[in-house]
Design a protein around this ligand. Structure first.
Ligand code: MG
Length: 203
């Protein structure tokens, strides 16, 4: 199992981090050791002083495939959930400045908490899914899949030109604006269409 993450997929988020709006999807990987199941605590890592949350819709791949045409891409995922793409923003900034890969900032242990998944057939429109994050009961991020620069189908088609998708892989589809710092003691709750799908505490 692997975790594929799309970067800069919402215009307002690309702008808040002063990144250019991409012409092609930007992606990177996290290993299976990055997963953290809902309910388990997340321990603030000692190698960063600027850990950020990024709330993202997550696709669960249900069919093996490569070179998937956009028209058929919807057949390759049948469940959608929500996850946090934890990012050590200070380390990422250093990597960006030096032109180095992002793994130390993005792929560390438990950097990808995920919650429950729901079947795509129970969502009326995949391209209009509301999601949000509350920290300590206060809303910090709100997004909608209709604001993505690259749709789920476009992402699957693009990524599968380079990397074979396998059953059980996860695809994080990018964060809307409103990313910010994490503090020890924070309680995370993430929602799809107002329904709680993920919760955990930072220790
Ligand atoms: Mg992200």
């Amino acid at each position: 199992m692997k975790i594929i993450c799309i970067g800069r997929n919402y215009i307002a988020h690309a702008k808040e981090l002063k990144n250019p709006v991409p012409e092609k999807p930007v992606f990177f990987l996290k290993p299976d050791t990055a997963l953290l199941r809902s309910g388990k605590p997340f321990f603030y890592p000692d190698f960063t002083k600027e850990l950020h949350y990024e709330t993202e819709l997550v696709l669960k791949v249900c069919k093996n495939g490569r070179h998937i045409a956009e028209d058929f891409a919807h057949k390759y995922y049948d469940q959608i959930g929500i996850g946090i793409d934890f990012t050590a923003r200070d380390l990422q900034g250093e990597c960006k400045r030096k032109g180095l890969p992002w793994e130390i900032a993005k792929a560390f242990d438990h950097s990808a908490p995920i919650g429950q998944f729901i079947g795509t057939d129970s969502l009326p429109d995949r391209n209009n899914i509301r999601f949000s994050l509350k920290i300590n009961g206060e809303t910090r991020q709100e997004g909608n899949s209709k604001d993505m620069i690259f749709s789920f189908d476009r992402i699957i088609s693009y990524v599968s030109r380079f990397i074979t998708l396998r059953i059980g892989d996860y695809i994080f589809t990018g964060t809307p604006e409103g990313v910010g710092p994490v503090q020890t003691g924070d309680r995370f709750e993430a929602f799809i269409e107002g329904k709680i799908m993920l919760e955990f505490e930072v220790k």
